[in-house]
Design a protein around this ligand. Structure first.
Ligand SMILES: C[S@@+](CC[C@H](N)C(=O)[O-])C[C@H]1O[C@@H](n2cnc3c(N)ncnc32)[C@H](O)[C@@H]1O
Length: 283
C-alpha cells in the first residue's frame, strides 16, 4: 500500500481480529515525483474512506458540540437580539492548521488532511478560510492544498496567531512549543474563549512529562491545563497512530473566570532551546 506497511493486530493463526486498530509504518523515503493529480486523488480516496465510518460520525458530533460552545459565546457577545435556542452556530471564522506534515510521503499526515477536507466540506467553511502552514511542505503538497481551496500561508507564524473571532486550530501531533506559542498569542480570557485546538492532550503532557521540562518548553500549556476542557477523539479510527493522543481542547469562559488577574499578567515571550527538534523557528 503506497510504500507503507500496515501492521495488523490480529493474533497469529486466528482469523478473528482482536478489534484493536492497525498501525501504519511509513517505509517510503521521498516521493518527489508524485504528480499533483495523483496526490489529490490519494487524498480524496483517504477522505472517502473516512467519511463512511462510525469514527467520522462520532467525530463530527464531538467537534460540532465544541465549536457550538465557542461560536455561541461569540454571537452572544456581538449580536444584540437573536433566537438563541434555535440556531446551532458551528462554523468557525477560520480553520488554521500548523504542522500537518508531508502528506505526499506520510500516510498518517494524509489521513489527517483527509479528515480536515471532510470537515471543511461538512461545515461548509468558505474557500480561503482554511489556512495551513508547515515549513516542510513540498511544492506538490502546496499545489494540492491550493487546489482543494485551502490557503497555504507564506510566512512562518510560529503558531503565534491571535484570535478575535472563533477559530479552530488543527494541529495533530505538533511539538509542545507550537501549542505554547499559540497560547501565548491568545493569553487572555477574552481571546482564549474563541479558540478550539485539535491536538495532543495537554492533560497527558502534564501527567507524563517532568515539570522541569514543561516549565522550560511549554509553561503556558502547564498553566492552562487545569482550566481546559478536553474532549477525547473517538478511539475507533482504523489506524491507531493517526489520531492517537488527539483531543479537542476548549477553554470555557466559566473556567477562565476562576483564574486570578495575575495568572494572565506574567507572560513573557517564549524562547526555546536551539536543539528543540519539534519546532522550526522563522529565520
Ligand atoms: C511530529 S510532526 C507531525 C506531523 C504529522 N501531523 C503527524 O502526525 O505525523 C510535527 C510537524 O510540525 C512541523 N513544524 C515545526 N515547526 C513548525 C512551525 N513553526 N510552524 C508550523 N509547523 C511546524 C514540522 O515540520 C512537522 O511536520
Amino acid at each position: 500500500m503506497d510504500g507503507f506497511q500496515v501492521f495488523s493486530r490480529k493474533k497469529k493463526g486466528k482469523r478473528k481480529s482482536t478489534g484493536a486498530p492497525d498501525i501504519l509504518v511509513n517505509t517510503t523515503l521521498v516521493s518527489d515525483n508524485i504528480s499533483d493529480t495523483n496526490l489529490r486523488r490519494k487524498v480524496n480516496l483517504a477522505r472517502d474512506s473516512i467519511t463512511c465510518t462510525d469514527f467520522y460520525t462520532d467525530f463530527k458530533a464531538k467537534i460540532k458540540e465544541c465549536l457550538n460552545k465557542v461560536t455561541c459565546i461569540y454571537h452572544e457577545e456581538t449580536t444584540e437580539s437573536q433566537p438563541k435556542d434555535q440556531i446551532q452556530y458551528v462554523v468557525p471564522d477560520e480553520i488554521v492548521s500548523y504542522g500537518l506534515g508531508n502528506f505526499a510521503e506520510c500516510l498518517i499526515a494524509r489521513y489527517q488532511l483527509a479528515l480536515l477536507v471532510a470537515l471543511r466540506d461538512d461545515l461548509q467553511v468558505p474557500p480561503n478560510s482554511v489556512l495551513l502552514y508547515d515549513p516542510k511542505f513540498l511544492s506538490v503538497e502546496k499545489d494540492v492544498l491550493t487546489s482543494f481551496g485551502f490557503q497555504v500561508l507564506k510566512e512562518n507564524e510560529e503558531a503565534k496567531r491571535c484570535c478575535e473571532r472563533p477559530t479552530l486550530f488543527y494541529m495533530p501531533h505538533c511539538g509542545k512549543s507550537l501549542y505554547n506559542n499559540l497560547l501565548f498569542a491568545n493569553w487572555s480570557p477574552d481571546r482564549l474563549c474563541h479558540v478550539v485546538i485539535i491536538g495532543n492532550s495537554f492533560t497527558n503532557m502534564v501527567q507524563n512529562l517532568p515539570s522541569s521540562t514543561l516549565k522550560r518548553c511549554a509553561p503556558l500549556v502547564m498553566n492552562i491545563q487545569p482550566f481546559t476542557e478536553e474532549v477525547v477523539f473517538p478511539g475507533n479510527f482504523q489506524y491507531q497512530d493517526v489520531f492517537n493522543d488527539t483531543v479537542i481542547h476548549v477553554f470555557p469562559k466559566d473556567n477562565l473566570s476562576k483564574t486570578a488577574v495575575e495568572f494572565w499578567e506574567d507572560c513573557s515571550t517564549p524562547t526555546y532551546d536551539e536543539d528543540d527538534l519539534e519546532f522550526i523557528p522563522k529565520s
